[in-house]
Write a protein that binds this ligand. Sequence first.
Ligand code: NAP
Length: 251
Amino acid sequence: MTTLHPVLLVTGGSRGIGASVCRLAAASGWQVAVNYAANAAAAEAVVDDIRGAGGSAVAIEGDVGTEAGLASIFSALDATFSRLDGLVNNAGIVGHPARVDEISVERLDRMFAVNVIGSIRCAQEAVRRMSTRHGGRGGAIVNISSMAAVLGSAGQYVDYAATKGAIESFTTGLAREVAAEGIRVNLVRPGIIDTDIHASGGLPDRARDMATAIPMQRPGTPDEVAQSVLYLLSDAASYVTGAALNVSGGR
Ligand code: NAP
């Protein structure tokens, strides 16, 4: 593929917030690697949309929660593009509502493997390719946290909230570590956004049911989150690093 345009890897780009980021990034001139874990048809639909609109994208399968998945993501990325300029650590999972004293160790292992270790491992691979210290030309990383990192999600999924808290500390530290190497690292905290994630957590109506608890009285859309992600990726945010942006309707 042409190397003229910057290349963006979006983990979990097949659905929800990630899919909106992929479409908006392609419309802004990025070549997009649309990562997915299982839903190849959804990823291919995003790629088809982007190509249909004149943009450039490929679908890349791989579970960010496993070393094998990470290896296949980055080998496919390197085989397709000869550069990497941006990473959006978006892939994330929730569990069904449970108290902390009910959560299994298997659930904790998987939650932290995907949401925390997967994001840190992708950031490592991105820094190896983008840092001027490693001969790269710099770049930007945006980590998708959650208002849960601040609110704690008591009685629903404190484990999930804790994974997002870890991502927030990681963002602060990595931003400072690579600030002089041409890489900016920021995070977005979505509030309640209308995507499939609520159904995957056993609460398909959660976004609508929670509307009255949101100051704006409505859930957000994936595109509203994607707009903030694109800002943080862009040169308009050239002096912004280590920042957290709430996209939560005031929640
Ligand atoms: P979603 O609709 O459930 O979509 C999840 C996406 O992540 C899908 O593309 C899925 O791929 C992918 N994915 C899941 N596990 C993966 C893995 N192990 N490896 C690679 N990809 C994986 O989720 P969403 O609501 O858009 O959430 C995106 C991010 O925003 C998450 O980090 C979430 O925690 C965060 N967030 C969401 C909300 C909200 O209200 N929606 C609020 C705050 C934060 P497949 O299609 O292959 O399954």
